[in-house]
Design a protein around this ligand. Sequence first.
Ligand SMILES: Cc1cc2nc3c(=O)[nH]c(=O)nc-3n(C[C@H](O)[C@H](O)[C@H](O)COP(=O)(O)OP(=O)(O)OC[C@H]3O[C@@H](n4cnc5c(N)ncnc54)[C@H](O)[C@@H]3O)c2cc1C
Length: 319
Amino acid sequence: MSAHPIAVVPVRAGVLPAGSAEVVAEALSLGDATVLLIGSQLGSAAAELAGVASGVQLAEVGDFAPARWAAALTNVVADASVVLLPASPDGRDLAARLAAAVGRPLVANAMEISEDHAIVVSHGGRVQHEVRPSGPFVATLQPGGRGVERGPAEVVGAANVHLPIDDGIADPEVAEVEPPDATTMDLAESPRIVGGGAGLMVGAGADDPVDRRFTQLTAIGEAIGASMGATRVVTDAGWVSHDRQIGTTGVVVDPDLYLAFGISGAVQHTAGLGHPEHIISVNTDPHCPMMAMADLAVVADANATLDELAKLLGVTSLA
Ligand SMILES: Cc1cc2nc3c(=O)[nH]c(=O)nc-3n(C[C@H](O)[C@H](O)[C@H](O)COP(=O)(O)OP(=O)(O)OC[C@H]3O[C@@H](n4cnc5c(N)ncnc54)[C@H](O)[C@@H]3O)c2cc1C
């Protein structure tokens, strides 16, 4: 099979979805790849790929319309050996329709992709297995898993391509687009995260159970527009669901702000933390790795600090 991968990145109003740079880098690592951005305000989105791709194709086709886009892309991807999209909400939606339109298997939520196989994760990241499609395939790549090493930030060359959109194809009508809810949004896409570790479980009892503490952490996160995450000690103990676990065997995140409460900073946790611009850590041990990584290291009891924060923020509704 001659290598001709194509990365297809759906863009809304100039905003690249999570994992776009990784999809582009993965496609380029496979060979002579085409990078196609499809959507609206693509010029600014292309600029975000500086240091990852030197040239991209832009299909300005307006608002997200996965059924119409899939039909329009059929000819574009016809000769591609692998079609890669980010496993973002729009990427997943478009990938499934595209795979059906071109009659190819869909390999969803891959961590790694090559010309003839993919490593796929399931069960919230706990199981990895290899998939070997018998021919060309469409794949989505999980955001945050691969990472990207950017080269020098040269100007990205962009060429406009015309994609005929068939307005006769029905797409769901968008009633309203609401901003994401920090308490439920995908951790991988959260710009702010409040993380809880085993330190939040210390001294818990019938009067002050652990689930109340994590409910409080979630409520404080909500008050500052942050999503709640946790360490594996907490998820293994069953206090928080596995999809909230940050780390090598959990979700790989990349927030701007990370607040760590009672987290030691083990490498399996911090390796999944990305590169937060600001880290605040609250811990009774001033010498643990999380405190060493922090911009602001607060030596204090994490639960007492959360109680104070709850008062300051007016967070009262606890279970
Ligand atoms: C194969 C493998 C994969 C793993 N994958 C992951 C992963 O994906 N994600 C992950 O998180 N871990 C993972 N782990 C586990 C990891 O090695 C650590 O055990 C875990 O991250 C530690 O979690 P923690 O910081 O909550 O707990 P601990 O390491 O026990 O730290 C608790 C911290 O709380 C502090 N503390 C105690 N009391 C208080 C208090 N009252 N107030 C404030 N601070 C207090 C302590 O000083 C300490 O720093 C993995 C391990 C293995 C072997």
